[in-house]
Design a binder for this molecule. Structure first.
Ligand code: A3P
Length: 294
């Protein structure tokens, strides 16, 4: 039996064309009316695609004069989660952000069509990170098992079907990654891929620097690379979510494997064939390409 069968879990329900749990809609009036500032930097993504990693990279870039500041608070306070409502662990994202001095770093998992208008009006820079669908599905499954604010994970086969059908918190992966890919034509959006970060982190850090108009010395870049490695982040309570009471790291750690290709340990041959066939249909016509292996 799945670990989450016994405990209270929020229901998934349709919300503005996607699926959500109440934790991300309870504060919706404030989210919709949120006042962005021109120097806000947004770290946007579908869940489980490297959000925490990119958040840590950008936060470090902003405090290189004193890199120990990266340990000043948990990642969800340093890069507040816009649509998160108030819970045992979190103040509402909008409440924290309203009280945060500029320049602010802001995390969101919203699909592009639900981003508050004021981000577009202010031409805010947005770093979007995407990850191949198979590894995202696996990571999301284990995350749903360990995180009580997620809807029930169920079993891997049922979870995978729901992923394919877009019945996930924050909606369909396919629509999410495509929506943001198209939007980058008209807005300042840097579109990163988890697989590229894994392949060559210094190169991707250069891309982020160029996008944000920052220059890093060789020594500073080295600091960012070493401080954002999987092992360093996994062992840091300020990056690994061990301070978050909704998450049971005994079920599955937040920093789980951090690999490309772990999907091969989960998909059966039949699941893989069905997934690939459906994927072709859903991703037809886009120039967006992912690697499921590096
Ligand atoms: P796995 O579950 O595959 O291990 P998010 O932050 O968007 O929730 O994404 C979490 C995923 O990113 C997890 O994937 C986690 O291990 C991985 N991750 C986080 N920090 C990482 C890092 N520094 N290097 C590689 N992967 C990282």
């Amino acid at each position: 039996m799945a670990e989450d069968q016994e405990e209270e879990r929020p229901e998934l329900f349709p919300f503005r064309g996607i699926h959500m749990v109440h934790y991300f809609t309870d504060n919706w009036d404030q989210v919709e009316a949120f006042q962005a500032r021109p120097d806000d930097v947004v770290v946007a993504s579908y869940p489980k695609t490297g959000t925490t990693w990119v958040s840590q990279i950008v936060d470090l870039m902003y405090c290189l004069d004193d890199p120990s500041r990266v340990h000043r608070a948990p990642i969800y306070e340093r890069v507040p989660f816009l649509e998160m409502s108030k819970t045992e662990d979190f103040e509402a994202g909008t409440t924290i952000l309203d009280a945060t001095p500029s320049p602010r770093l802001i995390k969101t998992h919203l699909p592009v069509q639900l981003i508050p208008q004021s981000f577009w009006d202010n031409n805010c820079k947005i770093i979007y990170t995407a990850r191949n669908a198979k590894d995202t599905a696996v990571s999301y499954f284990h995350f749903s098992r360990m995180n009580k604010i997620q809807s029930r994970a169920g079993t891997w086969p049922t979870f995978l079907e729901e992923f394919i059908n877009g019945e996930m918190v924050f909606g369909s992966w396919y629509d999410h990654v495509r929506g943001w890919w198209d939007k980058k034509e008209s807005q300042p959006i840097l579109y990163l891929l988890y697989e590229d970060l894994k392949e060559n982190l210094p190169r991707e850090i250069d891309k982020i620097c160029r996008f944000l108009g920052r220059e890093l010395s060789v020594a500073d870049k080295q600091k960012v690379v070493s401080q954002t490695s999987f092992d360093v982040m996994k062992s840091s309570p300020m990056a690994n979510y061990s301070t978050c009471s909704a998450m049971d790291h005994k079920v599955s750690p937040f920093m789980r494997k951090g690999q490309v290709g772990d999907w091969k340990n989960h998909f059966t041959v039949v699941q893989n064939e069905r997934f690939d066939e459906d994927y072709k249909r859903k991703m037809e016509g886009t120039t967006l390409m992912f690697r499921t292996d590096i």
